[in-house]
Design a protein around this ligand. Structure first.
Ligand code: ZN
Length: 180
């Protein structure tokens, strides 16, 4: 999937969890931190691509991304259970060191990021390439298991069907959240 679909899919997932989690009040700071870190989580597994927009956040990021791309295969470790585990450990360290607990609900920000990461892996599993969940084993998993039935990344189906439908689901969850 392309970055825009991943961001939208992560937001819809976050909104869905927010509706059913039963947590009612969050501060404005926590709310925006959750949104930002949910998007970061949605883009993190594609950190193995130099074109990833996350690299624009740090000086010289694109060069680091290119250098990393020499060692990392796209959709390799970062799209596996091992990768999710490592990203989660790093994220927890990042979030707990970045925010002051008195102003921001660090736990909610962390979970928003994790939801972003998991939604990314789920979304990529719907594409033809699938995801190597059991990396370093080179077996790619996908939904549905029959490869030709899956989505072509960046193709018309993703742009004209998946993205609008995900957008509508996100709007539906946001409206439910606001009505609570
Ligand atoms: Zn990906």
């Amino acid at each position: 999937m392309i970055a825009r679909t991943h961001s939208l899919f992560a937001f819809a997932s976050l909104a869905g969890v927010a509706v059913y989690s039963g947590k009612t009040e969050v501060s404005t700071a926590t709310f925006f931190a959750c949104l930002i870190f949910n998007t970061i989580g949605a883009l993190l597994p594609d950190i193995d691509q130099a074109s990833n927009r996350l690299w624009d956040l740090i000086p010289g990021g694109e060069s680091i991304g290119k250098a990393l791309g020499v060692f990392m295969k796209h959709r390799g470790i970062s799209h596996s259970f091992l990768g999710i585990f490592l990203i989660d450990k790093f994220s927890y360290w990042l979030v707990t060191n970045l925010f002051n607990e008195n102003f921001v609900d660090v736990g909610l920000v962390y979970w928003s990021l994790v939801i972003g990461v998991i939604s990314h892996i789920v979304a990529d599993s719907l594409t033809e390439e699938g995801v190597p969940l059991l990396y370093p084993l080179k077996i790619n998993f996908g939904l549905p298991p029959v490869k030709p039935w899956r989505i072509k990344t960046g193709g018309w189906f993703e742009n004209l069907v998946v993205m609008p439908v995900t957008g509508l689901i996100a709007i539906y969850f946001v409206s439910l959240y606001l009505r609570r």
